[in-house]
Design a binder for this molecule. Structure first.
Ligand SMILES: Cc1cc2nc3c(=O)[nH]c(=O)nc-3n(C[C@H](O)[C@H](O)[C@H](O)COP(=O)(O)OP(=O)(O)OC[C@H]3O[C@@H](n4cnc5c(N)ncnc54)[C@H](O)[C@@H]3O)c2cc1C
Length: 339
């Protein structure tokens, strides 16, 4: 029996098409400290980038580990924290903003330098479902173990945020039985494994499937709340575009946290980075209270749009959404829910 309200996917409900470029990295995310000579000055750079298709999911966990690395770089000789050290955050997407907030909560002074801020970044395009998809867990056992640690930290931290203040909501996710399933998304102490259902309670032909529960992050609200919280705690935002690494020498802060995502490829010569385009169709907002997920074909009830995904076009940097992809997304969802 279909107990859940069906979506309106008519032409009249169509709002817009958006696309974004995921900052993917071969070998997994880069989260480490590096000592660099920039001009005549030595600075510590903490790298925090390469979150690929799940940067929102990972953000709060990565922020904690990045802040621990900052502590390592700024502690006094006895190992005690020197929280007054000013820190420069490079970037202002979800990775940068969550790191900035974590550092402010530990007593640091923080300034974010970026070309684009919060709701103008790729982070604002993300749905976002809390699920570690579209990322390499790591190319070594220690990196994989650390990745699971990040997931556990992030999952716990998102679980503490509420819808009203942060735009984070717990939702059921329905998957048809034929959709790809990965045990490693569930066997790490974060999400409860899916339960099998003889019939999905969504509109459309009778279909077996599964359901699991996770956080859904209304990214425009989450990013706006982060930016407001950073400002309220005394953090600053400065517009700056870096076209060469030497320009970082002009920053007064002795410690920089690099959250430049794909910008790290050029600025830090990291050729493990590669782009992966995602295209989304926004329908008029519909508070359906559930997610449908079938790999990169998904439906998210975001507060500002019902988001229909999608695709993962690896090595594509051009954000222009191809006509045929938009048609394929619409046709897929209309077929799925057709009665
Ligand atoms: C279609 C789509 C759907 C997605 N869905 C999900 C999802 O459901 N769940 C999920 O967890 N994730 C999802 N993601 C992935 C998520 O959006 C990214 O992993 C995340 O946004 C990366 O955040 P970031 O802060 O590292 O990078 P960005 O948001 O790209 O921010 C990078 C920042 O660096 C700045 N910058 C870069 N280069 C320079 C430079 N040279 N000088 C100055 N500033 C610079 C930019 O201006 C920006 O402020 C999705 C992505 C896409 C495209």
């Amino acid at each position: 029996m279909n107990t859940l309200p069906p979506p309106d996917l008519s032409d009249a409900a169509l709002l817009r098409v958006v696309s974004g470029i995921r900052p993917c990295r071969r070998g997994g995310i880069r989260l480490e400290a590096e000592q660099m000579t920039l001009g005549a000055r030595s600075k510590t750079v903490i790298h925090n980038y390469g979150q690929g298709g799940c940067g929102v999911t990972l953000s709060l966990g990565c922020a904690q580990l990045a802040a621990d690395l900052v502590l390592g770089a700024t502690a006094d000789p006895e190992g005690a924290a020197v929280p007054t050290t000013p820190i420069a955050i490079l970037g202002a997407g979800v990775t940068a903003l969550t790191t900035a907030r974590e550092l402010l909560s530990r007593g640091h002074r923080v300034t974010c330098y970026a070309t684009k801020f919060a709701t103008d970044t790729t982070s604002n395009i993300a749905g976002a479902i809390w699920l570690p998809t579209g990322v390499e867990f790591g190319d070594r056992p220690d990196k994989v173990a650390r990745f699971h640690d990040i997931l556990r930290r992030s999952h716990a931290a998102f679980g503490r945020l509420d819808l009203q203040q942060w735009g984070v909501q717990r939702l059921p996710v329905y998957e048809p039985a034929y959709a790809p399933h990965e045990d490693r998304f569930f066997d790490n102490g974060t999400l409860e494994p899916p339960q099998l259902l003889e019939r999905l309670p969504v509109a459309g032909p009778p279909r077996a499937g599964r359901v699991f529960y996770t956080s859904f992050i209304h990214t425009p609200r989450f990013l706006a709340a982060l930016a407001a919280d950073i400002t309220a705690r005394g953090g600053a935002f400065i517009e700056r575009t870096f076209t060469a690494r030497e320009q970082l020498a002009s920053l007064n802060e002795p410690v920089l946290v690099n959250c430049l995502a794909l910008g790290s490829r050029e600025l830090f010569d990291d050729h493990s980075m590669y782009p992966a385009r995602g295209v989304l169709v926004h329908m008029k907002p519909q508070p359906l209270g559930y997610i449908v997920h079938d790999g990169y074909k998904y439906m998210f009830p975001r507060h500002d749009a019902l988001v229909l995904g999608g695709c993962f076009d690896a090595d594509v940097e051009d954000p222009t959404p191809p006509e045929h992809t938009v048609r394929e997304i619409l046709d897929h969802h209309r077929r799925f829910f057709a009665v």
